[in-house]
Design a protein around this ligand. Sequence first.
Ligand code: COA
Ligand code: AMP
Length: 636
Amino acid sequence: MDAYQAMYLRSLRDPEGFWGEAAEALHWERRWERVLDDSRAPFYRWFAGGLFNTCYNALDRHVENGRAEQPALIYDSPVTRTVRTYTYRELRDEVARFAGALRSQGVDRGDRVIIYMPMIPQAVIAMLACARIGAIHSVVFGGFAGQELAKRINDAEPKLIVSASCGIEPNRVVEYKPLLDGAIRIATSKPERCIVYQRPQHRAALVAGRDVDWEEVAGAQPVDCVPVASTDPLYILYTSGSTGIPKGVVRDHGGHAVALKWSMKYIYGVEPGEVYWAASDVGWVVGHSYIVYGPLLHGCTTILFEGKPVGTPDPGAFWRVVSEHKVSTLFTAPTAFRAIKREDPNGEHIRKYDRAGFRTLFLAGERCDPDTLLWAQKQLNVPVIDHWWQTETGWPIASNCIGIETFPVKPGSATKPVPGYDVQVLDANGKQVGDGTIGSIAIKLPLPPGSLPTMWKNDHGYRKYYLDPFPGYYLTGDAGYKDEDGYLWIMSRIDDIINVAGHRLSTGAMEEVLASHPDVAECAVIGAADEIKGELPVGMIVLKAGVNRPQEEIVKEVVQLVRDRIGPVAAFKQAIVVKRLPKTRSGKILRGTMRKIADGQQYQVPPTIDDPAILGEITQALHALGYPHAPASQAR
Ligand code: COA
Ligand code: AMP
C-alpha cells in the first residue's frame, strides 16, 4: 500500500491513535483524558480533559526551544512602504504585554474580543494576546461595512473591540473608526471598551470614557499564558450562510492546534524554520489558519502582506516578496493569479526575481479554473496545488498532500481527501453515488480535530444547517464528484453562496438589502461568472407599481445601499430593472436559469415557468451589461 493510502485509512480506522500521536508534537499543560469524546455525539469533542494554551504553543514554546531569535513574523506593506520583522522573542513579548493591556481593561478568560483591523502586526498581536489569556477573539474583515460588524457584535457580545484608525487600500485610506462607531451605535450589545491603534496615515477621534489609544495601554505588565480546556473556544469566525445572518463558526484550542501543526508538514510539506506565506487577510479563515496559527505553531516564519497581487505597485509584488523573504511556499486564491495573469501574461515580472527556494504554490478559496492553474505552473515551474476547504473545517478537506506523497495534478480537481476526512458524494436521499456522478459532498462524522465543534451559542443551528440534512454526515454545501482515481472535483455550491474574488458572500444577504429600498417590490441576486473575480453579483429588481423615477437613479441607490450595508468587498456594482422575475408557477425564483443566461450557458426553459417571455428580457439586459464575461471554460 502506498504512503497516502496507508495514512488515510489509518486516520479513519483509528482516529484516536492517529490524532493522539499528532498531538504529541505540542505542549500540553495537562494531557487529555480522551482523544475523541463521543459521549455527546453528534457533538464530538477532541482532546477532552486536556489543558492547553495555543499562544504558548505558537510563541513561548519556540522561544524556550531555540527559536527566540528566528523571525516569527515579517510585516511587508507595499502600501505604506514598510517592512518590519518580529523575532519569536519580540512577538512573544509584544503579545504578553498586549495580553496585560487586555486584562487591564477588564478582559478575562471566556470574554469575547472583536478585532476589526487591517493587515497590520497589531491585528496578529491582538489575536494571540486573546489566546494567551483564554479570551475568545472574533476577527471581522475590514472590507465589511458597519451593519455587518453590528451583526457580529450582537452575536458575539464582545466585552472589548480592538480596532485601528484606518486601513490602506491602493486607491484610498479607509477610515475604520466611523464604521466602528456606527456599528456600536446600531448594535444591541455594547462593548465596554475599544482599543484603537492610531496609524500615521490618519488619526481617529476617540470616544471619551469608552475608547483608549493602543499606545497608552500597550506598555502594560506582560502576562503569562493561561492554560484553558482543550475544548474551550479559541475564536469565533463569522462566515456567510444562505440568509443575511452570518454563521458563527467556533474553533477550539487543542484540536485546532493539533490539526494545523500536522497540516503544515503533511499537506504543505513545510519544515519548522522555513518561510511560509499565505497571501490572504486575517479576516478570513485562510488568514487565521495559515497567516497566524499554522505557521507559528510549526515554528515557521510567516508573512503578513498588506498589499494586493497587482497595483502595489505592479504584478511583480508577489515575486518581490517571495525573493526578498525567501518564501518556500505560497498560498493564495486563484483570483489573485487571474489578476496577475491579466497584467503580466508573459510572466516578465515573474522572471525579474530570483525565486530560488520557492517550492510550491497552493491555491484555494474558490474553484480554480484549469487555464489559471496551467498558466501558473508554466510560469513558475513548480507544482501548483489546488486544495479545497472552508471556514467551517478550518484546514484542507482535500489536497495533494505533498508531505505524504505527491500525486499527478489534474487541473480542476482538488486531488484526494486529506487524512481525517471521510468524504462522500451523496444523492438527494443520502445514498452514495458512483464515480463520476455529481452529488452533494458530505463528510462522515466525526469531523477531524480543528473542524467546527458547533456554532457560537447555537447548537441548534449547527444541527439544522450541517447535520440534519444527512444524518451521520456533515453537509459541506458544495456539489461535485469523485472520479475513478479517487480525485475530488468540487464544482459549485448547492446554496445561495457565491465566491467573489475568493471572498465568500451570501446573495440572500444582498437581496435583503435590495428589498429594503423603498422603490423595490421584488428582487433576486445571482452570481455571474467573471474572468478575474470568479463570480460577480448581479441584482435584478422589480419596482413597486407607480414608481416612475429614472431607473438609473434607483440602480445607483441600490448599489450604494449594498456598499453601505454589506461593504465594498461585496463588489456589488450592477443591477438591472426588470418587469417581473422569472418564477415557477409555485413562486420559486429561477435564479439558476438566470445564472446560466448570464454565463452564456445552454439552459432549458423550466416547464413550470409562469411566463417564459421574461427570460428574453433578462437575456437582453444581461447582454447590455456585457455578460457573459468569462470564457466558457471558466463558467460553471
Ligand atoms: N478594508 C476596506 N476595504 C476593502 C478591504 C479592506 N480590508 N479589502 C477590500 N476592500 C475593498 C476594495 O478597496 C474594493 O473597493 P472598491 O470597490 O472601492 O474598489 C472592494 O473592497 C473589493 O476589493 P477586492 O476584492 O480586494 O478587489 P480589488 O478589485 O481591489 O482586487 C483582487 C482584486 C483579485 C486583486 C483581490 O480581490 C485579491 O487579491 N483577492 C485575493 C483574495 C483573497 O486573498 N482571498 C482570501 C482567500 S485565500
Ligand atoms: P470559505 O469558507 O470562505 O473558505 O469558502 C469556502 C467555500 O469556497 C467552499 O465551500 C467552496 O464552495 C469554495 N472553495 C474553496 N476552495 C475551493 C476549491 N479549491 N475548489 C472549489 N471550491 C472551493
